[in-house]
Design a protein around this ligand. Structure first.
Ligand code: IYR
Length: 225
């Protein structure tokens, strides 16, 4: 692209090339950093400054999204009463799931994770962030569609989780099911659907995680070079 190719609405890409050696070293250290992330269910109630949560949400919001509509709302809750209400409703739904609705083949793969209907993390963690997916957007006073909102919000959630890990805190993608109660409690509009509940905080002293291994590169990829 040379002079005279300037299209309105476009600006030059800011890109600075990195030497290949440096690329490899950065790629390795980022992988190692991310490979050290574990999902724990045990959170401390130690305070976390609001600015860190804002930065995690800003990072999540850098996600690419369908038609750049950024179809997400991150509701960040530190209010204890609200967290207690959310926990109560989440546990009521989860109790039904674990006691009545869970199919055998699901129970089998959940057992090693040690999960149950008790969701202490919702009241222990200093922050609970609920990711709402917007299936519609406002356009000229009416509602119009968003596009690829599941994919967009999934990517944003991944960036949120990475940002939290990178800043030295822990989070847990919790999926109370069904989670319609979150829209009611948090007074979000009908076109926003709760997708993930993410407690954020320090791990508790003595926090434990299941003894899992991750799949190797050969199990998660199929190269054709
Ligand atoms: N939503 C429930 C059950 C659950 C389901 C899966 I798949 C998990 O990886 C973990 C839990 C809960 O949050 O307990």
């Amino acid at each position: 692209m040379g002079d005279g190719d300037e299209e309105p609405g476009f600006v030059p890409l800011e890109f600075s090339e990195i030497r290949e050696e440096e690329m490899l070293s950065r790629a390795r250290s980022f992988y190692e950093q991310m490979d050290g992330r574990r999902t724990t269910r045990h959170f401390s109630d130690r305070e976390v400054p609001r600015e860190l949560i804002e930065l995690a949400i800003r990072t999540a919001s850098t996600a690419p999204s369908g038609a750049h509509l950024q179809p997400w709302t991150f509701v960040a809750i530190s209010n204890s009463d609200l967290k207690a209400r959310i926990r109560k409703e989440a546990e009521a739904e989860e109790r039904r799931f674990y006691e009545e609705r869970i199919p055998e083949e699901w129970e089998e793969v959940l057992a090693p994770l040690g999960t149950d209907h008790v969701k202490e993390h919702i009241t222990d963690a200093p922050w609970v962030v609920v990711l709402f997916r917007q299936t519609k957007r406002e356009r000229e006073g009416k509602l119009a569609p968003t596009y690829y909102s599941q994919e967009s919000c999934g990517i944003a959630a991944g960036l949120f989780i990475s940002a939290v890990h990178n800043m030295g805190l822990a989070t847990l993608p919790h999926t109370p099911s069904p989670m319609g109660f979150l829209r009611d409690i948090l007074e979000r509009p009908a076109h926003e659907h709760a997708m993930l509940l993410l407690p954020v905080g320090y791990p508790a002293d003595g926090a434990r995680v299941p003894d899992l291994r991750r799949k190797g590169i050969g199990e998660v990829s199929d190269f054709r070079d």
